[in-house]
Ligand binder design. Sequence first.
Ligand code: FES
Length: 224
Amino acid sequence: MADQKQPKSKYTLDRKIPGAFEGETVTRRRAMVVAGQAAGGVAAAAFILPTLGFAMGPIFEKQDQPWQSVGKIDEFNDESYVPRTITLVEGIGDAGKSTVYIRKYNPALDTEPRDEYNKYIAISTLCMHLGCPVRFTAAAQRFICPCHGGVYDIVGKVSGGPPVRPLDRFYTQLEGDAVVIGPRFSVNSELRRFSPRDPGEPLDGVGQYLYPSRPSMRKIKGTS
Ligand code: FES
């Protein structure tokens, strides 16, 4: 009868692996390799996951924000802005809220044609460099970004620093004597409307083609 093949021992010593110890089932070299690979995986994940989150997060951004009242028409004027808090994403408390600066359309300031959506101008506080919140400084008649010195003039056009396009805006309409605010939109340096883009995405020249709007972004009549 042919010799039965003996099953391979699980112990490294029995298998005559150099440097083996009694009772050891995995060589130290193998254990070190596995531990090294695991540490490498953790280190890679530490870099990759935040990057992925930053890239993918906006995909889940809710764009269908409801129209919401921000006050009566006589609470706003055509010379300066009044800040109001609006809800961009419902159900997540303060994290879903943002400040919007509102004033009445002023033919002496506003060069874009007046229509049903801009009788009141609503400016977003999202800086178009990297997204820090800007503040309107009435004394300087400027929107100032505290992060990298971005400066915007009274209509939200870039007048200094690294931002790549004017501040975004929100559609506005009148409901009786109330001003209501709708979805956000982006503008190029001539204040032409585009569906919303992200900070850092220019819209002049080929920029509008290089940085198309995400499919999830809601389009409204009159935007590109
Ligand atoms: S984020 Fe506003 S200037 Fe950089």
